[in-house]
Design a protein around this ligand. Sequence first.
Ligand code: MBD
Ligand code: FE
Length: 290
Amino acid sequence: MTTTSDQSVSDAVTAGAHATEIARSGASNLRGAAGGGADPARVSAVVGAALEGIRAAIRDHKVTYEEFDAFKQWLIAVSDTGEWPLFLDVYLEFEVEKVAAATQQGSIGTILGPFWLDGQAQLDSPATLPMRDDEPGTPMILAGQVIATDGTPLAGATVDIWHTDADGWYSGFASKPPAGNLRGVVRCDDQGRYEIHTRKPAPYTIPLDGPTGQMTQAAGWSPWRPAHIHLLVSAPGHRTLTSQLFFTGDPYLGNDVASADKPELTLDPQPTGNGDQVRSDRDFVLEPEA
Ligand code: MBD
Ligand code: FE
């Protein structure tokens, strides 16, 4: 893992290097092992279409040599900063997810993104995520049940959850939160029920000091994602659901830089009467493995 003590290293480089290290092994891509095969017709069709898209942009917009050189330098910077996982997950993953979702049953999901980490705290429901003594933000309970498409409660289900703190930082990728903060793998009870105590996350901006953020701002696009909770919901013999949950009233809903928010994934947490604590209930439906 990249050191976070060197303050001269930007958050973009710190996050990028770590995300690249994970993506290199393929471990972050839980939906598809072993990538595209070597079928020449498919390579020609897909790569050809992608290249033609770029050539069309050059023709249609009369791209100059200065712009071509700037493009080269930008691509090199994406590599140098380790931002390929960030760039690809922000600007392309949602289309891949749509393709995958077209043949999936059960709860609607969305993209994984670049910030999942393996090996986090294993907790039994009801569980409190690892957090600092003075963890800022609104205390929040997320609870529900994991069931199969035929309605059977799924004993042995787990909910792998990760999200930013109330300042918008991910542990493991930003220097502020300690390792493992607001991440955990929660084992459901024998009825597939889970209850997770955490803090409400904040909206997130992609790093503005790296090439992905600079491109975004150069185009005048918003670099923000609405506040969200990432989830991987699993049960033996069932397809893992990759999802995220958002919050009603979030100013960035419908304008997510990663195009990953969906109306079906919006929570409306309600006060529990216990201080400023809020709660949302959400069930997940998993389809049997093919
Ligand atoms: C994120 O937090 C995220 O979830 C995605 C998909 C892309 C960039 C940052
Ligand atoms: Fe995220």
